[in-house]
Ligand binder design. Structure first.
Ligand code: KG4
Ligand code: ZN
Length: 392
Protein backbone atom coordinates (compact mmCIF):
# COMPACT_ATOMS: atom_id res chain seq x y z
CA UNK A 1 0.00 0.00 0.00
CA UNK A 2 1.17 3.49 -0.63
CA UNK A 3 -0.21 6.92 0.02
CA UNK A 4 0.50 9.87 -2.21
CA UNK A 5 0.06 13.42 -1.00
CA UNK A 6 -0.39 15.51 -4.14
CA UNK A 7 -0.12 19.28 -4.50
CA UNK A 8 -1.42 21.32 -7.45
CA UNK A 9 -0.92 25.10 -7.80
CA UNK A 10 -0.30 25.61 -11.52
CA UNK A 11 -3.04 28.18 -12.00
CA UNK A 12 -5.80 29.54 -9.78
CA UNK A 13 -6.68 26.54 -7.63
CA UNK A 14 -4.78 25.58 -4.50
CA UNK A 15 -5.42 21.85 -4.38
CA UNK A 16 -4.13 19.07 -2.14
CA UNK A 17 -5.27 15.46 -2.05
CA UNK A 18 -4.19 12.31 -0.26
CA UNK A 19 -4.77 9.22 -2.35
CA UNK A 20 -4.23 5.66 -1.19
CA UNK A 21 -3.22 2.86 -3.57
CA UNK A 22 -3.63 -0.70 -2.29
CA UNK A 23 -3.98 -4.19 -3.74
CA UNK A 24 -1.85 -5.39 -6.63
CA UNK A 25 0.27 -3.12 -8.80
CA UNK A 26 -1.58 -4.24 -11.90
CA UNK A 27 -4.98 -3.85 -10.37
CA UNK A 28 -4.78 -1.36 -7.54
CA UNK A 29 -7.65 -0.19 -5.38
CA UNK A 30 -7.68 3.56 -5.23
CA UNK A 31 -9.19 5.55 -2.43
CA UNK A 32 -9.23 9.32 -2.27
CA UNK A 33 -8.76 9.92 1.45
CA UNK A 34 -9.10 13.67 1.05
CA UNK A 35 -9.46 16.13 -1.81
CA UNK A 36 -9.36 19.81 -0.88
CA UNK A 37 -9.57 22.70 -3.36
CA UNK A 38 -9.43 26.35 -2.53
CA UNK A 39 -10.47 28.22 -5.64
CA UNK A 40 -9.41 31.76 -6.47
CA UNK A 41 -11.83 32.01 -9.38
CA UNK A 42 -13.91 34.79 -7.81
CA UNK A 43 -10.83 36.92 -7.16
CA UNK A 44 -9.50 36.63 -10.72
CA UNK A 45 -12.95 37.03 -12.29
CA UNK A 46 -12.72 40.75 -11.49
CA UNK A 47 -9.77 40.98 -13.88
CA UNK A 48 -11.33 38.77 -16.56
CA UNK A 49 -8.53 36.19 -16.24
CA UNK A 50 -5.87 34.85 -13.92
CA UNK A 51 -3.30 37.36 -12.60
CA UNK A 52 -0.08 35.36 -11.91
CA UNK A 53 1.24 37.31 -8.92
CA UNK A 54 -2.15 37.46 -7.26
CA UNK A 55 -2.36 33.69 -7.75
CA UNK A 56 1.01 33.25 -6.05
CA UNK A 57 -0.08 35.43 -3.12
CA UNK A 58 -3.22 33.37 -2.67
CA UNK A 59 -1.33 30.07 -2.88
CA UNK A 60 1.00 31.32 -0.14
CA UNK A 61 -2.01 32.04 2.03
CA UNK A 62 -3.95 28.90 1.20
CA UNK A 63 -1.40 26.09 1.06
CA UNK A 64 -1.07 25.63 4.83
CA UNK A 65 -4.81 25.62 5.67
CA UNK A 66 -5.54 23.39 2.65
CA UNK A 67 -2.85 20.91 3.76
CA UNK A 68 -4.15 20.88 7.32
CA UNK A 69 -7.65 20.17 6.09
CA UNK A 70 -6.43 17.43 3.74
CA UNK A 71 -4.52 15.74 6.57
CA UNK A 72 -7.47 16.12 8.91
CA UNK A 73 -9.98 14.60 6.49
CA UNK A 74 -7.62 11.72 5.83
CA UNK A 75 -7.30 11.28 9.59
CA UNK A 76 -3.55 11.76 9.40
CA UNK A 77 -3.00 14.55 11.89
CA UNK A 78 -1.22 13.27 14.97
CA UNK A 79 -0.44 15.15 18.18
CA UNK A 80 2.89 16.89 18.14
CA UNK A 81 5.99 15.20 19.47
CA UNK A 82 8.70 16.72 17.32
CA UNK A 83 10.94 19.38 18.68
CA UNK A 84 11.97 22.17 16.38
CA UNK A 85 15.64 22.70 15.81
CA UNK A 86 17.57 25.58 14.35
CA UNK A 87 19.09 23.68 11.44
CA UNK A 88 15.66 22.53 10.29
CA UNK A 89 14.26 26.04 10.50
CA UNK A 90 17.19 27.52 8.59
CA UNK A 91 16.92 24.92 5.87
CA UNK A 92 13.17 25.53 5.54
CA UNK A 93 13.77 29.28 5.43
CA UNK A 94 16.19 28.73 2.54
CA UNK A 95 13.71 26.52 0.65
CA UNK A 96 10.90 29.04 1.10
CA UNK A 97 13.13 32.06 0.61
CA UNK A 98 10.91 33.49 -2.13
CA UNK A 99 7.65 32.68 -0.36
CA UNK A 100 8.13 34.53 2.96
CA UNK A 101 4.46 34.56 3.83
CA UNK A 102 4.21 30.83 3.24
CA UNK A 103 7.31 30.31 5.39
CA UNK A 104 5.69 32.16 8.31
CA UNK A 105 2.59 30.00 8.11
CA UNK A 106 4.71 26.88 7.74
CA UNK A 107 6.60 27.68 10.96
CA UNK A 108 3.42 28.35 12.84
CA UNK A 109 1.38 25.31 11.83
CA UNK A 110 3.32 22.64 9.96
CA UNK A 111 6.73 22.31 11.55
CA UNK A 112 5.29 21.05 14.82
CA UNK A 113 3.17 18.29 13.25
CA UNK A 114 4.06 14.67 13.67
CA UNK A 115 5.22 13.22 10.33
CA UNK A 116 2.03 11.93 8.68
CA UNK A 117 1.76 8.43 7.26
CA UNK A 118 2.21 9.27 3.60
CA UNK A 119 4.84 7.68 1.38
CA UNK A 120 5.38 10.14 -1.43
CA UNK A 121 4.85 13.83 -2.06
CA UNK A 122 3.84 14.63 -5.64
CA UNK A 123 3.71 18.16 -7.00
CA UNK A 124 2.85 19.82 -10.29
CA UNK A 125 6.04 21.43 -11.61
CA UNK A 126 4.66 22.66 -14.95
CA UNK A 127 3.28 23.76 -17.31
CA UNK A 128 1.43 26.71 -15.79
CA UNK A 129 2.03 30.16 -14.36
CA UNK A 130 5.60 30.34 -13.06
CA UNK A 131 4.96 32.23 -9.79
CA UNK A 132 1.99 29.97 -8.97
CA UNK A 133 3.95 26.79 -9.76
CA UNK A 134 6.91 27.87 -7.62
CA UNK A 135 4.72 28.30 -4.55
CA UNK A 136 3.57 24.67 -4.81
CA UNK A 137 7.00 23.29 -5.72
CA UNK A 138 8.79 25.05 -2.86
CA UNK A 139 6.07 24.05 -0.41
CA UNK A 140 6.41 20.43 -1.55
CA UNK A 141 10.19 20.64 -1.20
CA UNK A 142 9.85 21.97 2.33
CA UNK A 143 7.49 19.10 3.26
CA UNK A 144 9.73 16.56 1.58
CA UNK A 145 12.69 17.82 3.61
CA UNK A 146 10.81 18.11 6.91
CA UNK A 147 9.16 14.70 6.68
CA UNK A 148 11.94 12.97 4.80
CA UNK A 149 9.68 11.74 1.97
CA UNK A 150 10.54 11.37 -1.72
CA UNK A 151 9.35 14.16 -3.96
CA UNK A 152 7.87 13.33 -7.37
CA UNK A 153 7.47 16.16 -9.89
CA UNK A 154 4.40 15.74 -12.11
CA UNK A 155 3.52 17.27 -15.47
CA UNK A 156 0.15 18.99 -15.09
CA UNK A 157 -0.99 17.73 -18.51
CA UNK A 158 -0.09 14.15 -17.54
CA UNK A 159 -2.48 14.70 -14.63
CA UNK A 160 -5.27 15.72 -17.01
CA UNK A 161 -4.37 12.78 -19.25
CA UNK A 162 -4.68 10.22 -16.44
CA UNK A 163 -7.76 11.82 -14.85
CA UNK A 164 -10.33 9.69 -16.79
CA UNK A 165 -8.78 6.44 -15.56
CA UNK A 166 -10.10 6.66 -12.04
CA UNK A 167 -13.41 4.95 -11.50
CA UNK A 168 -14.44 6.89 -8.42
CA UNK A 169 -17.35 4.52 -7.68
CA UNK A 170 -15.58 1.18 -7.83
CA UNK A 171 -12.25 2.66 -6.65
CA UNK A 172 -10.65 0.82 -9.54
CA UNK A 173 -8.65 1.84 -12.55
CA UNK A 174 -10.14 1.69 -16.00
CA UNK A 175 -8.04 -0.35 -18.38
CA UNK A 176 -5.99 1.26 -21.14
CA UNK A 177 -4.98 -0.62 -24.24
CA UNK A 178 -2.13 0.79 -26.27
CA UNK A 179 -1.71 2.64 -28.49
CA UNK A 180 -4.02 5.08 -26.74
CA UNK A 181 -4.93 8.60 -27.72
CA UNK A 182 -5.74 11.47 -25.35
CA UNK A 183 -7.55 14.65 -26.26
CA UNK A 184 -6.49 17.23 -23.69
CA UNK A 185 -8.46 20.45 -23.62
CA UNK A 186 -7.88 23.08 -20.97
CA UNK A 187 -7.48 26.81 -20.52
CA UNK A 188 -3.83 26.77 -21.56
CA UNK A 189 -3.58 23.71 -23.82
CA UNK A 190 -5.28 21.80 -26.58
CA UNK A 191 -3.44 18.73 -27.70
CA UNK A 192 -3.76 15.23 -29.07
CA UNK A 193 -1.34 12.92 -27.31
CA UNK A 194 -0.39 9.49 -28.56
CA UNK A 195 0.49 7.02 -25.80
CA UNK A 196 2.47 3.89 -26.54
CA UNK A 197 2.68 2.96 -22.85
CA UNK A 198 2.48 4.57 -19.42
CA UNK A 199 4.67 7.64 -19.38
CA UNK A 200 5.37 7.25 -23.11
CA UNK A 201 3.78 10.26 -24.73
CA UNK A 202 4.02 11.92 -28.11
CA UNK A 203 2.11 15.08 -28.96
CA UNK A 204 0.78 14.58 -32.49
CA UNK A 205 -1.23 17.78 -32.68
CA UNK A 206 -1.72 20.97 -30.71
CA UNK A 207 -3.20 24.40 -31.02
CA UNK A 208 -1.32 26.89 -33.13
CA UNK A 209 -2.73 29.82 -31.18
CA UNK A 210 -5.47 29.89 -28.51
CA UNK A 211 -6.39 26.84 -26.44
CA UNK A 212 -10.00 25.64 -26.58
CA UNK A 213 -10.74 26.80 -23.02
CA UNK A 214 -9.09 30.14 -23.75
CA UNK A 215 -11.37 30.55 -26.79
CA UNK A 216 -14.42 29.82 -24.60
CA UNK A 217 -13.19 32.44 -22.12
CA UNK A 218 -12.53 35.07 -24.80
CA UNK A 219 -15.84 34.53 -26.60
CA UNK A 220 -17.63 34.72 -23.25
CA UNK A 221 -16.00 38.07 -22.70
CA UNK A 222 -17.16 39.29 -26.11
CA UNK A 223 -20.69 38.24 -25.18
CA UNK A 224 -20.43 40.02 -21.84
CA UNK A 225 -20.38 36.82 -19.78
CA UNK A 226 -18.30 36.26 -16.68
CA UNK A 227 -14.99 34.39 -16.26
CA UNK A 228 -14.45 31.45 -16.63
CA UNK A 229 -16.40 31.49 -19.84
CA UNK A 230 -16.71 27.77 -20.61
CA UNK A 231 -19.59 26.97 -18.27
CA UNK A 232 -21.30 30.28 -19.17
CA UNK A 233 -21.21 29.65 -22.93
CA UNK A 234 -22.42 26.11 -22.39
CA UNK A 235 -25.33 27.31 -20.25
CA UNK A 236 -26.34 29.86 -22.90
CA UNK A 237 -25.99 27.34 -25.74
CA UNK A 238 -28.35 24.98 -23.92
CA UNK A 239 -31.04 27.63 -24.11
CA UNK A 240 -30.66 28.22 -27.85
CA UNK A 241 -33.42 26.95 -30.05
CA UNK A 242 -32.64 25.19 -33.31
CA UNK A 243 -35.01 27.36 -35.28
CA UNK A 244 -33.63 30.52 -33.78
CA UNK A 245 -32.04 31.66 -37.03
CA UNK A 246 -32.98 35.22 -36.32
CA UNK A 247 -35.76 34.91 -38.85
CA UNK A 248 -37.91 37.51 -37.19
CA UNK A 249 -35.19 40.12 -37.71
CA UNK A 250 -34.48 39.08 -41.26
CA UNK A 251 -30.91 38.30 -40.18
CA UNK A 252 -28.70 35.56 -41.51
CA UNK A 253 -28.56 32.41 -39.47
CA UNK A 254 -25.55 32.51 -37.16
CA UNK A 255 -22.78 30.61 -38.90
CA UNK A 256 -19.16 30.34 -37.81
CA UNK A 257 -16.14 28.63 -39.41
CA UNK A 258 -14.65 25.28 -38.32
CA UNK A 259 -10.98 26.32 -38.42
CA UNK A 260 -8.47 23.84 -39.88
CA UNK A 261 -11.00 21.00 -39.70
CA UNK A 262 -9.84 19.66 -43.06
CA UNK A 263 -6.12 20.24 -42.71
CA UNK A 264 -4.08 17.07 -43.04
CA UNK A 265 -2.34 17.39 -39.66
CA UNK A 266 -3.76 17.18 -36.14
CA UNK A 267 -3.22 20.78 -35.14
CA UNK A 268 -5.96 23.14 -34.00
CA UNK A 269 -6.53 26.87 -34.27
CA UNK A 270 -9.16 28.77 -32.33
CA UNK A 271 -8.14 32.39 -32.50
CA UNK A 272 -9.77 32.92 -35.91
CA UNK A 273 -13.01 31.54 -34.52
CA UNK A 274 -12.90 34.06 -31.70
CA UNK A 275 -12.25 36.85 -34.21
CA UNK A 276 -15.17 35.63 -36.31
CA UNK A 277 -17.41 35.98 -33.23
CA UNK A 278 -16.02 39.47 -32.65
CA UNK A 279 -16.83 40.57 -36.23
CA UNK A 280 -20.22 38.93 -36.12
CA UNK A 281 -21.22 40.77 -32.95
CA UNK A 282 -19.83 44.00 -34.35
CA UNK A 283 -21.96 43.57 -37.48
CA UNK A 284 -25.02 42.69 -35.48
CA UNK A 285 -24.69 45.60 -33.08
CA UNK A 286 -25.40 45.55 -29.38
CA UNK A 287 -29.12 44.98 -29.43
CA UNK A 288 -29.19 42.16 -31.96
CA UNK A 289 -26.17 40.52 -30.34
CA UNK A 290 -28.08 40.47 -27.09
CA UNK A 291 -31.03 38.81 -28.79
CA UNK A 292 -28.85 36.32 -30.64
CA UNK A 293 -26.39 35.51 -27.87
CA UNK A 294 -27.91 32.05 -27.34
CA UNK A 295 -27.47 31.21 -31.03
CA UNK A 296 -23.94 32.64 -31.10
CA UNK A 297 -22.95 30.62 -28.01
CA UNK A 298 -24.43 27.45 -29.51
CA UNK A 299 -22.80 27.89 -32.90
CA UNK A 300 -19.45 28.68 -31.28
CA UNK A 301 -19.64 25.61 -29.04
CA UNK A 302 -20.69 23.45 -32.00
CA UNK A 303 -17.73 24.75 -34.03
CA UNK A 304 -15.18 23.98 -31.30
CA UNK A 305 -16.61 20.53 -30.64
CA UNK A 306 -16.85 19.69 -34.37
CA UNK A 307 -13.14 20.37 -34.85
CA UNK A 308 -12.04 18.56 -31.67
CA UNK A 309 -14.07 15.45 -32.42
CA UNK A 310 -13.27 15.32 -36.11
CA UNK A 311 -9.50 15.38 -35.53
CA UNK A 312 -9.69 12.91 -32.65
CA UNK A 313 -11.59 10.38 -34.74
CA UNK A 314 -9.25 10.80 -37.69
CA UNK A 315 -6.14 10.38 -35.52
CA UNK A 316 -7.69 7.33 -33.85
CA UNK A 317 -8.15 5.73 -37.27
CA UNK A 318 -4.71 6.58 -38.57
CA UNK A 319 -2.84 5.39 -35.48
CA UNK A 320 -5.05 2.30 -34.95
CA UNK A 321 -5.89 3.47 -31.47
CA UNK A 322 -7.41 1.08 -28.93
CA UNK A 323 -8.36 3.46 -26.12
CA UNK A 324 -9.37 7.13 -26.26
CA UNK A 325 -9.08 9.41 -23.23
CA UNK A 326 -10.48 12.88 -22.62
CA UNK A 327 -9.08 15.31 -20.05
CA UNK A 328 -8.83 18.97 -18.98
CA UNK A 329 -11.19 21.71 -17.85
CA UNK A 330 -13.11 21.75 -21.15
CA UNK A 331 -13.81 18.01 -20.65
CA UNK A 332 -16.58 19.23 -18.34
CA UNK A 333 -18.41 20.43 -21.44
CA UNK A 334 -21.62 18.41 -21.84
CA UNK A 335 -21.75 18.65 -25.62
CA UNK A 336 -18.13 17.56 -26.01
CA UNK A 337 -18.73 14.53 -23.76
CA UNK A 338 -21.92 13.59 -25.58
CA UNK A 339 -20.48 13.99 -29.06
CA UNK A 340 -17.34 12.11 -28.17
CA UNK A 341 -19.37 9.17 -26.88
CA UNK A 342 -21.73 9.19 -29.88
CA UNK A 343 -19.07 9.49 -32.56
CA UNK A 344 -16.80 6.83 -31.13
CA UNK A 345 -19.68 4.42 -30.64
CA UNK A 346 -20.89 5.06 -34.17
CA UNK A 347 -17.62 5.24 -36.10
CA UNK A 348 -15.14 3.27 -34.01
CA UNK A 349 -17.23 0.80 -31.99
CA UNK A 350 -14.25 -1.43 -31.18
CA UNK A 351 -12.46 1.35 -29.31
CA UNK A 352 -13.05 1.85 -25.61
CA UNK A 353 -13.05 5.42 -24.35
CA UNK A 354 -13.00 7.00 -20.92
CA UNK A 355 -14.34 10.38 -19.88
CA UNK A 356 -13.24 11.92 -16.59
CA UNK A 357 -15.61 12.27 -13.63
CA UNK A 358 -16.69 15.90 -13.43
CA UNK A 359 -14.70 16.52 -10.24
CA UNK A 360 -11.57 15.44 -12.14
CA UNK A 361 -12.01 17.83 -15.11
CA UNK A 362 -10.88 21.20 -13.75
CA UNK A 363 -7.56 21.50 -11.97
CA UNK A 364 -7.43 19.11 -9.03
CA UNK A 365 -4.90 17.20 -6.95
CA UNK A 366 -6.16 13.58 -7.25
CA UNK A 367 -5.16 13.64 -10.94
CA UNK A 368 -1.63 14.62 -9.90
CA UNK A 369 -1.51 11.67 -7.49
CA UNK A 370 -2.74 9.38 -10.27
CA UNK A 371 -0.11 10.57 -12.74
CA UNK A 372 2.58 10.19 -10.06
CA UNK A 373 1.41 6.61 -9.50
CA UNK A 374 1.62 5.70 -13.19
CA UNK A 375 4.97 7.38 -13.68
CA UNK A 376 6.53 6.19 -10.42
CA UNK A 377 9.17 4.19 -12.26
CA UNK A 378 10.48 7.24 -14.06
CA UNK A 379 13.66 8.67 -12.59
CA UNK A 380 13.07 12.02 -10.93
CA UNK A 381 15.44 14.81 -11.95
CA UNK A 382 18.08 15.79 -9.37
CA UNK A 383 17.01 19.39 -9.27
CA UNK A 384 13.28 19.91 -9.08
CA UNK A 385 12.00 23.32 -10.09
CA UNK A 386 8.99 24.91 -11.73
CA UNK A 387 8.93 24.99 -15.52
CA UNK A 388 6.15 27.17 -16.91
CA UNK A 389 6.60 25.70 -20.39
CA UNK A 390 7.14 22.06 -19.45
CA UNK A 391 6.49 19.69 -22.36
CA UNK A 392 5.48 16.05 -22.39
O1 KG4 B 1 -7.92 22.45 -16.86
P1 KG4 B 1 -8.39 23.75 -16.40
O2 KG4 B 1 -9.21 23.82 -15.13
O3 KG4 B 1 -7.20 24.74 -16.21
C1 KG4 B 1 -6.09 24.73 -17.04
O4 KG4 B 1 -5.21 23.85 -16.87
O5 KG4 B 1 -6.09 25.59 -17.94
O6 KG4 B 1 -9.25 24.40 -17.59
C2 KG4 B 1 -9.90 25.61 -17.44
C3 KG4 B 1 -10.65 25.94 -18.70
C4 KG4 B 1 -11.24 27.33 -18.73
O7 KG4 B 1 -10.85 27.96 -19.93
C5 KG4 B 1 -12.73 27.12 -18.68
O8 KG4 B 1 -13.48 28.10 -19.37
C6 KG4 B 1 -12.86 25.77 -19.35
O9 KG4 B 1 -11.76 25.03 -18.87
N1 KG4 B 1 -14.13 25.10 -19.01
C7 KG4 B 1 -15.08 24.80 -19.91
C8 KG4 B 1 -16.16 24.22 -19.19
N2 KG4 B 1 -15.81 24.21 -17.87
C9 KG4 B 1 -14.56 24.74 -17.78
N3 KG4 B 1 -15.12 24.95 -21.25
C10 KG4 B 1 -16.23 24.56 -21.88
N4 KG4 B 1 -17.31 24.01 -21.27
C11 KG4 B 1 -17.31 23.84 -19.94
N5 KG4 B 1 -18.38 23.30 -19.34
ZN1 ZN C 1 -5.40 22.23 -16.02
Amino acid sequence: MSRILAIETSCDETAIAIVEFSGSQRNPKIKILSNIISSQVKLHAKYGGVVPNLAKREHQRNLVPVLLQALKEADLIKPQTQSENKTTINKLRAILDREPELFKRFLKKIISLETPEVDVIAVTHGPGLAPALWAGVNFAKALSYLWNKPLVPVNHMAGHLYSPLLDAKSHELKSVKFPALALLVSGGHTELVLMSGHGKFKVIGETLDDAAGEAFDKVARILGLKYPGGPEISRLADQAKFDFNAAEDGLHPVKLPRPVINSQNYNFSFSGLKTAVLYLTRDLGEEKTKKLRFAVAKEFQDAVVDVLISKTIRAAREYKIKTILLGGGVAANKLLRKRMAEEIEKKLPAINYWLPALFMTGDNAPMIALAAYFMRKKKAPKQIGADANLKF
